[in-house]
Design a protein around this ligand. Structure first.
Ligand code: ZN
Ligand code: ZN
Length: 367
């Protein structure tokens, strides 16, 4: 079928174009998209900065309605509401069996390369050009074909736009707090970077019962979002040294720091600012392909811990329903996280607004 999609023919070139989508094959679903979150990973990929290189259709956060089934699908029926899980793990490799489904061995040769689980893509250009499916999903399109494990049932009372961000931004931030750092109630925490993931980490800190949550960013607009999402204090890192500010505000450094930026500048800051025996958890991907200097003495003499957290260390079939329940119980304020909706044709504007700090999270809406 012919669909309209956010198509990137080469790095730094974003178009909204008509492409061809093949029907779902064995254990795959065709989904009519209702909402697609706009994530920094999409932007990094658009710029050619991550592992999955163009040509591709962007998007990995999404929610929609199952339109058709490939053979052998057991968990879904046409008409089911679903959210996209961009980590369709195999459940049986040694890594999955050890409880780390977010880094399942199968994903590295398939999903992270922009293909389905058989190594092929269901997308191509109108003249047969090869087009990848970003993270086995490609949700910035009217329809998407995803693996059966690339979808999770969406509760009737969770809106599509909220469902769209649960599968990436929300679990990445909340999971870093709950699953990776395992924050203890009453702790003091700081979050560097107040985009969708940083704000989700703040929601995670609220959920975990942190006594103080300090937001760090360079844009006042984003610090204002942070104050609405649970921050008890803010630091503008352009106006003052964030390490000194965090140490001053907490009399020695917070117990937990979450770095949602992950740049060569912020990673050492996160480690330095953590208090004695504190934990710095790196979430963001800005320096994913760079070398970053770390002083071992910071770790050893102060019993500090430096952790990495990918996709909130989620076990999708466990964590994504759990986040929906927390949202429905009013424990996660995800409506506040979505500050703007866009039609597919305005996807370039959505990326621009994200880069300029104009939105907490932007979501594309399909009618
Ligand atoms: Zn994402
Ligand atoms: Zn696996």
């Amino acid at each position: 079928m012919r669909i309209r999609a956010a198509y990137v023919p080469r790095a730094n070139t974003l178009t909204v174009n008509t492409v061809e989508l093949e029907p779902p094959q064995e254990a795959e679903l065709l989904i009519r998209m209702k909402a697609a979150g706009v994530c920094h990973s999409d932007l990094h990929t658009l710029k050619g900065e991550l592992r999955t290189k163009p040509p591709l259709v962007l998007g990995h956060e999404g929610a929609g309605i199952v339109e058709a089934l490939g053979p052998g699908v057991t968990r879904f029926q046409p008409g089911d509401r679903v959210l996209i899980n961009w980590l369709p793990s195999c459940h049986v490799c040694p890594t999955c069996q050890a409880g780390h489904e977010n880094i399942c061995e199968r994903l590295f040769n398939t999903t992270f390369m922009g293909t389905m689980l058989d190594g092929a893509s269901r997308l191509h250009g109108l003249n047969g050009e090869y087009i990848k499916q970003y993270l086995s999903s490609a949700t910035m399109a009217e329809y998407a074909v995803v693996p059966e494990d690339g979808a999770i049932h969406l509760h009737d009372d969770v809106p599509f736009d909220v469902g769209a961000i649960i599968g990436c931004a929300v679990i990445t931030g909340v999971g870093a707090v709950i699953n990776t750092a395992k924050v203890i109630p009453g702790s003091r925490a700081a979050v560097i970077g107040c985009g969708g993931i940083g704000l989700s980490a703040m929601q995670g800190c609220v959920l975990a019962g942190c006594a103080e949550i300090i937001a760090v960013d360079v844009l006042e607009e984003k610090l204002a979002f942070a104050q609405r999402m649970g921050a008890t204090a803010t630091v503008n890192a352009r106006a003052e040294d964030p390490v000194k500010a965090l140490k001053r505000l907490t009399d020695g450094g917070p117990e937990y720091i979450f770095d949602s930026v992950g740049s060569a500048q912020t990673i050492p800051q996160a480690l330095n600012a953590a208090g004695p025996a504190g934990t710095a958890t790196i979430i963001g991907l800005h320096a994913a392909l760079e070398e970053v200097p770390v002083a071992p003495g910071q770790l050893i003499y102060q019993n500090k811990r430096l952790l990495g957290s990918f996709a909130g260390e989620m076990t999708p079939l466990h964590d994504l329903p759990r986040l929906q329940k927390l949202y429905l119980a009013g424990r996660l304020e995800l409506d506040k996280l979505i500050t703007r909706h866009y039609p597919l044709d305005d996807v370039a504007q959505a990326f621009e607004d994200m880069e300029n700090g104009k939105v907490a999270r932007g979501v594309l809406i399909f009618d």
